[in-house]
Design a protein around this ligand. Sequence first.
Ligand code: 5AD
Length: 353
Amino acid sequence: MSLVKTLYRTRNLSDAELSTLLETDRFDPELLRRAEDRRREFYGSDVYLRGLIELTNYCKNDCFYCGIRRSNALPDRYRLSLDEILNCCKVGYELGYRTFVLQGGEDPFFNDDRIVEIVSDIRKRYQDCAITLSLGEHSRESYQRFFDAGANRYLLRHETANSDHYAKLHPNSMSLEHRKQCLWHLKEIGYQVGSGFMVGSPFQTMECLIEDLRFLQQLKPSMIGIGPFIVHRDTPFAHYPSGSLTLTLRLIAVLRLMFPYALIPATTALGTIDPLGREMGLRAGANVVMPNLSPVEVRKKYELYDNKLHTEKEAAENKALLANSIAAAGYTIVTDIGNVKPDKEDAGVKLEG
Ligand code: 5AD
């Protein structure tokens, strides 16, 4: 039996088999076809929209890969006011968005009280929407308060599940252990949790990628976001190569086969390294897109990496443009809260390689 067929049937492979599947850059029609079958089985041709609202580009962290890291003096820093945030939601709701993703750097200005206020105000106005937070690491108590205020989902990529690799991407003040602890807290509280990693970040090896997949098998997140690492000119990684499109697509397909129930976005980073990256991501098994709902004047300031898309199909207000390109790829945008589907076979899944 081919590796792809085994992965399709058992949702798992050994470490050695996974590296064989991932290490080639060859286009693999069988892998993509199987991922497509699985995605149709769970989600049909539906693509869910998430409206991304980038609250702040201030960040107290200094991640070596990220353009809004604390040490970068060049970005024009901004914070959205409560009114601006609520207005983004209003515009988004009218456009058919039923999930608002509040993302931002770890900005102490947005303390627990402010976040709770924002979440409760959105919750009061939009009972039929999901509120997703992507605001980094907080204490269990803070996560609980945000949840009680009405947040349903939380995105926190683990970035890499190998602690040595983690230490090469982040300053000493951050640790993989703490990151994982946050993810477990979020799960315990009852959030739908999203995690994920960058593909092709500096010093990443095949072993790191396999550890990423194994960690995800433990965590069983509802959402899994991956995208290629892309250089940002004003970071310590300015001279490292960006991640590969084809490896990212292969990983999306592998994720779809390992986690058939998962919500997997075709990310902005994928759309940034290739003009058709997002559509290719959908064909490889992704089923979510996250256009930008932030006020137009701040969009280019939230620059995590060079040339990050923020116009055309990436702009929430250009839904028709996005819908056309998604339709051309064979999928349909739906106006739906887009919750994760139950994993029918969960009980029967064998987790060890
Ligand atoms: N290239 C690609 N992705 C990046 N992120 C941050 N910086 C970069 C970069 N240079 C990703 C991280 C983070 C998410 C919000 O954006 O994975 O979790």
